[in-house]
Design a protein around this ligand. Structure first.
Ligand SMILES: [Zn+2]
Length: 821
């Protein structure tokens, strides 16, 4: 509806109230508040009383404050991969710059590998969800444990896992004492580190790499026993692999809450130089840029890498033939791959002789990073799926994300196939989808696997923006990266292929939002009951709704980009996001954050009833005739009708000669007394009142009063659609503020020229309304299905025919597939 038309409606609404008022002592009012005493909850209460007080580090606008600071941690690491032992041993030197205003006596280091120890806090606090039970027939049902879980337990028993920390010293070679506390380590400094001062730590460490398929981690090795090489080959994905300095922040000091497996991490930015010593036939992908291509690549491969920079489609740097050749043999020779990365908050790498490698330059333009090398590393198992889509998806992601945030600031952007389903690190991501080897030797993939590949690459590359550059803390607030990133991967996904369901549509989260397993989005990540919907799809859908329904694309995109640019290479908290989105859009969103992020309310707006009202003319010759007609339109008593059907005559009918005045004049008969009263009513009106009244009577519009109830508790705009008698429709959007004085029941007056035949709330499913059946007035019949089924006999121990079964012969191994038992 246009703005002009809205204003007209409000003006007329006032006229209607005034007219009604004359007949009812001025007491009727369309804005009357229905309220139960003591039942009021202010869903629009401002959020500042919940958010941290703004200070010199974080402003009330949601910007980094004038004294914002963050630490810097630079790393030089030499690491050696022992393929046989599936182990790495390394030495790192950390340069630590204290930019905080505080004196530090110790430095906390994250040791995420320690989560795999049998005595870790994560392992000891794991709960078990299956119990033995008896069903209604009294038959015992055992508890269940998956073979995967048994495999995990066996792996953790058989292998010594977690970091071996051999030595910690400072830059002067002085040994430092350290204390390991689960997945963290406190290193006591020889001298307190003053504000502005720099120190260095050298740590010798090593660990046995976990088998990803056995323990389900963010990194690890995968074994391929069927490769041509005797003993098979491995893919190694190394992440969370070196002792990493814990973040020290203005909002939480040391972020040393123990790693329990879900809430990932936040880190400090810094520069990395990493020398990776691997078998000479391995291909290595890592955060940063390869510094010594001449030592590790053939001349031909270097030429291909150069050609890829300006290619239209990805160019193979290491071809499938070369990868297959590498797969066959193995070598005892070694090569050192040297990588450097600037201003990254982490470093990950992958290594395997199985990798082929394709690359394509993304010509981004601009001053920051005009050329980005998009690259993919994958084994033959990735097949055509990876050849076609991985590197292209990497580039598509950067194109869309940069539009919403900032130019991609790094020189490389990589997608590596391995055993991890999907995980992100700066400039490098691990992505799991594969092709399937068929009996005829070809490799095929399902539509689901194709969607998974494109979707996961977009998602993980997207994470390089959030949280690898916009450095939020997932250990506290998973939604800040998973939610923001899922929202944007949905935007990018829809721009890739809108026929693929990207999992961020409002309608997709309604089952979760009405469920009993929902917890507020703001819940700390390890305590969330259902991580997928809580950290990914609900915040993504909420942001989608914020963009498309509440703010509109222009305001949302401006504010979101402002957030991304304010906080790139810095560490935002939820308050910084909430404040920036409000401050930059100019729209009060406290009710939105409260409802969507701090509560478990859901959206369920019901259109309970609709009244159609006609403005009284006050002229008795018109109004009383209308009332007479209304009376005539009502059904007469059915029991009176039954008397007529039976042919029963009334006394009056049987005695027609006995009639009087009231048989000719009903109660709607107008006399001059009423006509005089009407005249004096008109005379008492002020000139402006008379003009208003006469116009309203002349226009004789349709007045509809709609009663809404908020059954879900979440206050939301009401997206109303009217269908007129002539078949046309019109949208009328009511802002969420309609609920500000009564969050449960509100009524709205809608005035139209044309007659409305039906109203619908949110007909396009934009708001995640969980019950759409109560969105229609009049209601609709619900189309659905019913299925006939055949009853089956029970198959438990007492139902089986033991007499017959006892006759079965024992089968040889090869035909045990056709087991008759
Ligand atoms: Zn993610």
């Amino acid at each position: 509806m246009s703005k002009t038309m809205q204003r007209t409606s409000f003006w007329l609404a006032f006229a209607a109230i005034a007219a009604v008022s004359f007949g009812a002592n001025g007491s009727a009012s369309a804005s009357a508040i229905k309220q139960t005493k003591g039942d009021f909850e202010d869903k629009f209460r401002q959020l500042d009383e919940v958010l941290p007080t703004p200070n010199v580090y974080r402003s009330a606008a949601g910007e980094p404050g004038e004294q914002y600071w963050q630490q810097q941690a630079d790393y030089q690491i030499n690491v050696r991969l022992d393929e046989e032992k599936r182990r790495i041993d390394a030495k790192e030197t950390i340069g630590y710059q204290n930019n905080s205003p505080y004196i530090l006596k110790y430095i906390w280091i994250q040791l995420d590998q320690n989560i795999f120890r049998n005595d870790s806090r994560a392992e000891r606090s794991a709960t078990f969800g299956s119990h033995p039970d008896t069903d209604l027939r009294g038959i015992d049902k055992p508890a269940r444990i998956s073979l995967g879980e048994l495999r995990r337990q066996q792996f953790m028993t058989d292998n010594e896992l977690g970091f071996a920390i051999n030595n910690v010293e400072n830059g002067e070679g002085q040994s430092l004492s350290f204390t390991i506390v689960g997945t963290n380590m406190r290193v006591d400094l020889a001298e307190p580190l003053a504000p502005g001062a720099r120190t260095s730590l050298a740590i010798d460490f090593g660990f046995n790499i976990v088998e990803e398929d056995a323990v389900g981690a963010r990194s690890g090795y995968e074994h391929f026993p069927d490769d041509a090489r005797e003993g098979g080959n491995d893919i190694f994905l190394l992440a969370q692999w070196y002792p990493r300095v814990a973040a020290f922040t203005d909002y939480e000091a040391w972020t040393n809450k123990e790693f329990l497996g879900r809430g990932e991490f936040t880190m400090e930015f810094g520069d990395f130089e990493v020398n990776i010593d691997v078998p000479a036939d391995h291909i290595v992908s890592a955060t940063g840029v390869l510094q010594n291509p001449k030592q590790v690549l053939s001349k031909e491969q270097q030429r291909r890498l150069e050609k890829a920079k300006t290619a239209d489609r990805p160019v193979f740097v290491v071809t499938e033939e070369e990868a297959l050749e590498n797969e066959k043999e193995g070598t005892s020779k070694r090569k050192v791959w040297r990588f450097a990365a600037e201003n990254v908050r982490d470093f990950a790498w992958a290594s395997s002789r199985k990798f082929m490698w394709d690359a394509k330059g993304y010509q981004q333009g601009g001053d920051v990073q005009p050329l980005v090398m998009a690259m993919s590393f994958f084994p033959k198992e990735g097949g055509d799926l990876w050849k076609k889509y991985s590197t292209e998806s990497v580039i598509h992601t950067m194109e869309v994300y940069s539009r919403f945030s900032f130019d991609y600031p790094y020189p490389t952007s990589q997608s590596v196939n391995g055993p991890v389903g999907g995980m992100e690190y700066p400039m490098i991501t691990f992505n799991g989808p594969r092709t399937e080897l068929q009996e005829d030797g070809t490799r095929t993939y399902s539509l689901a696997e194709k969607r998974f590949l494109i979707g996961v690459v977009i998602h993980e590359i997207g994470h390089i923006y959030f949280p690898m550059i916009v450095n939020s803390d997932e250990r506290q607030w998973t939604w800040m990266d998973e939610g923001l990133n899922s929202f944007l991967d949905g935007v990018a996904g829809r721009e890739w292929d809108p026929s693929i369901p990207w999992g961020v549509e409002p309608r997709g989260i309604v089952d979760y939002m009405k469920s009993s397993v929902q917890v507020p989005i703001m819940t700390q990540s390890d305590s969330v009951l259902r991580l997928g919907p809580n950290a990914y799809s609900k915040p993504a859908a909420a942001l989608n709704i914020l963009r498309e329904v509440i703010l509109g694309r222009e305001l949302f995109d401006f504010a979101f980009r402002e957030y991304a640019q304010r906080w790139m290479f810095k560490r935002p908290t939820p308050a910084d996001f909430f404040r920036t989105m409000e401050e930059a859009s100019g729209v009060d969103l406290d009710w939105f954050w409260r409802g969507w992020f701090y509560s478990t309310d859901h959206v369920d707006i019901s259109l309970d009833r609709v009244y159609k009202l006609r403005l009284d003319t006050q002229d008795p010759d018109i109004d009383w005739e209308r009332r007479r007609q209304e009376q005539a339109d009502k059904p007469v008593s059915f029991f009176v009708r039954r008397n007529e059907i039976e042919g029963r005559k009334t006394w009056v009918e049987m005695n027609p000669d006995v009639r009087d005045f009231y048989d000719e004049n009903d109660r709607f008969t107008v006399t001059n007394k009423q006509r005089n009263a009407y005249q004096s009513f008109l005379e008492k009106l002020d000139p402006w009142e008379r003009r208003v009244f006469d116009r309203a009577i002349a226009e004789d519009k349709n007045y509809y009063v709609l009663d809404f109830s908020n059954l879900g508790g979440l206050v939301m705009p009401i997206l109303l659609q009217m269908t007129y008698a002539d078949g046309t429709t019109e949208d009328y959007r009511i802002p969420a503020e309609i609920w500000r004085r009564n969050t449960k029941d509100v009524s709205k007056l809608i005035v139209t020229d044309k007659e409305v035949v039906s109203f619908a709330v949110d007909p396009n499913w934009e708001t995640a309304d969980v019950d759409i059946e109560n969105n229609y007035y009049p209601r609709k019949i619900i189309p659905s299905r019913i299925e006939a089924y055949k009853s089956e006999r029970g198959t438990d121990h007492i139902s089986r025919d033991l007499m017959q079964e006892a006759k079965s012969k024992l089968k040889a191994d090869e035909d045990s597939d056709n087991d008759e038992n």
